[in-house]
Design a protein around this ligand. Structure first.
Ligand SMILES: [Zn+2]
Length: 57
């Protein structure tokens, strides 16, 4: 799983199907907005832009 914005590999997600199968659904991705889509750095940037009124440009 990679960041949709910068392509960095995301932390906090199981990288293999083998690991993913052993986890309950709720543990698959971080419980936050854009969790599993953006890295923490891009997430912070995007949320900052959302607050300013320009979304994902
Ligand atoms: Zn990123």
């Amino acid at each position: 799983m990679r960041c949709a914005r910068c392509g960095a590999i995301l932390n906090g997600l199981p990288t293999t199907d083998h690991l993913r199968r052993n986890l309950p659904k709720t543990s698959k991705r971080p419980e936050r907005m854009f969790g599993g889509f953006l890295c923490s750095r891009c997430l912070r940037e995007v949320l900052k832009n959302v607050v300013r009124g320009s979304v994902l440009k």
